[in-house]
Write a protein that binds this ligand. Structure first.
Ligand SMILES: [Zn+2]
Length: 157
């Protein structure tokens, strides 16, 4: 039904700051009762390594550390400032086939192919932004869903 790999690529390509902002208005016509489950495949979290960044800063500002041939900080040194880690299911450990789950304005939960469910790491603001962003991408690719049925998926606590 959807090209999951394309959704994942577009989500990870978005600047992270977009996911921390306030929740915008929902797309016109969106029925807010829908609970979305949006496949994303692999989800990665980038963490900043302050110790490696400080080592690089000192190397760049200390002229005695440069031998005149090799630059004091290489691309490999810079790459160590950021660690990219795939999110793994806390129950079964899988890092693939993951999906976002939640309504517009909810913090995103993650679901693995086994059905395990847990909150998206990164804090509430990030998780809310990730859910709304995933819903916007899903609507952009598939269009608005019809009105939610009045019975069935009960509101969650
Ligand atoms: Zn699992």
């Amino acid at each position: 039904m959807t090209d999951n790999s394309n959704v994942a690529a577009r989500i990870t390509a978005m600047p992270p700051v977009m996911l921390d902002g306030p929740v915008g208005s929902p797309p016109p016509g969106l029925d807010l009762r829908w609970v979305w489950q949006i496949p994303t495949g692999v989800i990665t979290i980038e963490t900043y390594n302050g110790a490696e960044a400080e080592i690089n800063r000192v190397r760049l500002t200390d002229p005695s550390g440069w031998d005149g041939e090799r630059p004091p900080v290489t691309a490999e040194d810079l790459a160590r400032e950021t660690t990219v880690t795939p999110v793994a299911c806390p129950a079964c450990g899988t890092t693939t086939g993951l999906a976002f789950r939640g309504r517009w304005g909810d913090p995103a939960d993650l679901i693995c192919p086994c059905g395990h469910r847990w909150p998206l790491p990164g804090g509430r603001a990030y998780a809310v932004g990730a859910m709304t962003h995933a819903i916007i991408l899903a609507i952009a690719q598939q269009g608005l869903p019809p009105a939610a049925p009045t019975t069935g998926d009960a509101p969650e606590a």
